[in-house]
Structure formats: C-alpha cells, structure tokens
Design a protein around this ligand. Structure first.
Ligand code: AMP
Ligand code: MG
Length: 419
C-alpha cells in the first residue's frame, strides 16, 4: 500500500500536458470562458491607446501654472472643449487651456491636468487655484502595455478579468487547448440506470453522474460510457474503446479483492503498466492507476500515453479518490501552468474527528469562514464510504494523517478544498 503522497507523486509524473501546437482550437471572446490559453496573447494596440486625461478638469501647460495658488491664481484662456471620444483640434499655446473630461485625448501642447475642483471658471477663462504636479492625471500612451509585447502568458485560465483584457486589446480570436477527454464507465452486475425500475439487489449507478459532473467542472469533456457488467470480455472491449477515444479513463468499481473485481487483470492483459494497486487511505484504499502507451489510429490529435484510474465503487470512495488524485491530473493535462495542485488549508474543527490512525483518513463536511477563521463542520450522519446521502453540501475533506487517531473540537485540522 502506497502512502498518499507517494501515489500523488507517481500520478503527477505520469501526466503530460496537452501539446500547445497540436492539441488546440480557436475560440472567440464568447466561447473562451474557462479555457486555457495555448499561445501567449499579443496585441497591436498600446494601453492606453492615446495620452488621455484621468480626471474631469483642464488640460494645461505645467509651466503656465507652476506658481498658481488661491491668492495668485494663473488665468488661462479656454480654447477648446474635449469630451471623451473627440479628437482635439487645437494646440495649447502659452496662457491657454482646454476643458477636458475623463478618458478624453490630451491636446497637443498640454502636459498636465488640473482637476476641476482646483479651478474657478468664468466664461472662457479658467483660474487655476492650486499648482498641480507636473504631468498630473495624464495617462500616457503605452504606460500600461506596449503593443507587440506579451499581453497574457500561455497556460492561464480565461476568466472574466482575462477576457476583459483580450476584448480591450481587440484579440477576438485566440488559440486555447482543446478540452481533455475523460471517459467514464461504471462496473458492476448490481448497477441499474437512473430510469430503470430496480430489481431486487440492484442499486443505481450514481457514480457515472457524479464523476461526469466533476470532469466537466474541471474543464474537460466527459464521455459517459455507461454501465458495464462484471464480465471480463465486455469490460475488456469497453476499456479498449475508452483508451482509444480519451486522454484519461476512469472506471468505478471492480478494483477490490472480490471474485468479480476484474479491472486490474484486464488492464494488465491489455498491456497497461500498473503503477498503483492500493493506497494507504480511507476511504479509497483499492485505487488502481495504470498507464498505456499511445493507441494506434487514435482520433486524438497527438498520440500520447493514456492514464487509467480504477476508482473504488463505493460512492464516497470514488469521489474522495477523484478529488485527491484525478482532479489534479485532469487539470495538469489541460495545459494550465499553475494552480492544478490540490488546495489545502488549515481550519478549526467544530466537532472531534476520529480515525483508526492506520491509514490517512478523509472525512467530509463543510468549510466556512466564521469570525475570520476557517471552520470545518463534519457532515452529520454516518461517515461511511457507502453512505452518499450526507455528502450533499460537502465542499471540503478534513485529513487525519497516519498515526493521528483524534483531533479534538476546536483544534486545527488540514482540509482539502473540493469545490
Ligand atoms: P466494488 O468496488 O465494485 O466492490 O463496489 C463497492 C460498492 O460500491 C458496492 O456496494 C457497489 O454496489 C457500490 N457501487 C459500485 N459501483 C457503483 C456506482 N457506479 N454507483 C453507485 N454505487 C456503486
Ligand atoms: Mg463491483
């Protein structure tokens, strides 16, 4: 049985990010949400595009107003009014000023803005009552960004701030990594579909839906392959098909030590290299991880090795192993440069937490901020890997390391964020 940290390191080394040349597609501003930039974004526009005013006021020559004060104001002739979006026509000469508004283009000759509050206007004359700083409130062209340099780096996720930057830079189309393809299958003779009447002994295949949701939330495409019976030949065919169509394959069930747990043997018979057979964790011990060489005639743009995660069937075990190991793998594969690693934070537990201390234990519950302190509330009801009912509202897993049997109420616990 591998310690959790060793399993994590093995998996991380097995994941190779998508290829920034071949594994890409072009999206536009309306379809870029959550995608990962595959090439640096470069704009042909300076930011700001023009020297412009940061305030409502008067555009002046600093040398005309450098002695101004309330007792001895500098009186300037207003020769033009410049609203935002207007191209100034005149050049400001000695003793002249232009009325100007926020965002409007600076007129030639002027180098400084005097804010409206520090002036007194009468007809076409303005008195400057306070000396500004030289070049005050002028946003110089290209002072935020120079055309032709890198605007956004490769490998970042495109959320609203990045999309605003791209829109302002008139980059309407850009290259992002294609979505990672993740095939999902559920194994077990006892499984029924959500819309089938249950026969005695059957349970509903909930893992398929939970895992597909998590895969999509990770920014990947979920290929739902449905329920596969515990029959080696059918399993073999389905896994072969999954490996050829997807970057990552996830199955749930069939990885324990029971008579009907065929997954590991099949992975072996299909030429997979098995890296992980069991992890010292609870729940999630039977996690199986294998890699496969590139499949010939794969529909994927670049041939690359495939990763197989055989998750335990118990609904909680499947989710815990997904959150801990599969999610970072999908994110790393997607091309994102940083932030794919799991996020752990310290929180105060509001209930006592127990473990047998033999394996790293993950208990589920809700993380919130109370009086500026992170607080972990253990989910009520039974903490058993087969009970998914009290998983609802889970957004964090508290982690009890090997050797820790008790963390008492009010003490600090390390928590894995899962939302
Ligand atoms: P297994 O890992 O195949 O031994 O399954 C362990 C437990 O998880 C059994 O009680 C299964 O009925 C349950 N289980 C397996 N697959 C699923 C699934 N897809 N959805 C919900 N529960 C499952
Ligand atoms: Mg099974």
């Amino acid at each position: 049985m591998l310690p959790v940290s060793e399993a994590e390191a093995i998996i991380s080394n097995l994941v190779h990010p998508l290829n920034s040349e071949q594994d890409t597609e072009i999206v536009d501003l309306l379809t870029a949400d959550g995608r990962i930039l595959a090439k640096p974004a470069i704009s042909q526009l300076d930011f700001p595009h023009w020297d412009n005013s940061a305030m409502d006021g008067y555009a002046v020559r600093y040398e005309d107003v450098q002695q101004a004060n309330a007792e001895k104001s500098a009186v300037l002739q207003i020769i033009e009014e410049i609203p935002a979006g207007y191209q100034p026509q005149a050049t400001i000469q000695k003793g002249q000023a232009a009325r100007i508004f926020t965002g409007a283009v600076m007129p030639n000759g002027a180098d400084t803005i005097v804010i409206q509050e520090n002036t007194n206007r009468e007809n076409n004359q303005v008195s400057i009552l306070v000396t500004p700083k030289p070049q005050e409130f002028v946003r110089k062209r290209a002072s935020f960004y120079q055309a032709g340099s890198e605007l956004l780096p490769q490998g970042i996720k495109l959320n609203a701030p990045e999309i605003a930057v791209l829109a302002a830079a008139q980059c309407n189309q850009f290259s992002v990594y294609r979505k990672a393809r993740v095939a999902i299958l559920s194994t077990g003779d006892e499984l029924a579909k959500v819309n089938e009447p249950l026969q005695p002994g059957q349970i509903v295949d909930s893992n398929q839906y939970a895992l597909a949701t998590l895969v999509r939330q990770a920014g990947a495409e979920a290929l739902m392959l449905g329920i596969v019976k515990d029959e080696p030949e059918i399993l073999k065919q389905t896994i072969t098909q999954a490996l050829s169509n997807a970057d990552i394959v996830i199955s749930s069930g069939g990885v324990s030590v029971g008579e009907y747990d065929y997954v590991e043997k099949i992975l072996d018979s299909l030429g997979g290299k098995i890296h992980i057979r069991a992890v010292k964790m609870k729940p999630g011990k039977p996690l199986t991880v294998a890699s496969f060489p590139p499949t010939p005639h794969s529909p994927l743009p670049t041939p690359h090795s495939k990763l197989y995660f055989g998750l335990p069937g118990n609904p909680v075990s499947a989710l815990v192993t997904f959150w801990r190991f599969v999610l970072p793998a999908i994110k790393k594969l997607s091309g994102i440069k940083s932030g794919w690693e799991p996020t752990f934070i310290k929180a105060k537990t509001s209930y006592e937490l127990r473990s047998d201390g033999k394996r790293e234990s993950f208990v589920w519950g809700k993380l919130s901020v109370v009086d500026s302190v992170h607080q972990f509330d253990l989910a009520g009801g039974t903490q058993a890997s087969g009970n998914l009912i009290n998983l609802a509202q889970t957004n964090a897993l508290a982690v009890l390391p090997v050797g820790t049997t008790l963390i008492t109420q009010g003490n600090e616990v390390e928590v894995l964020k899962v939302d």
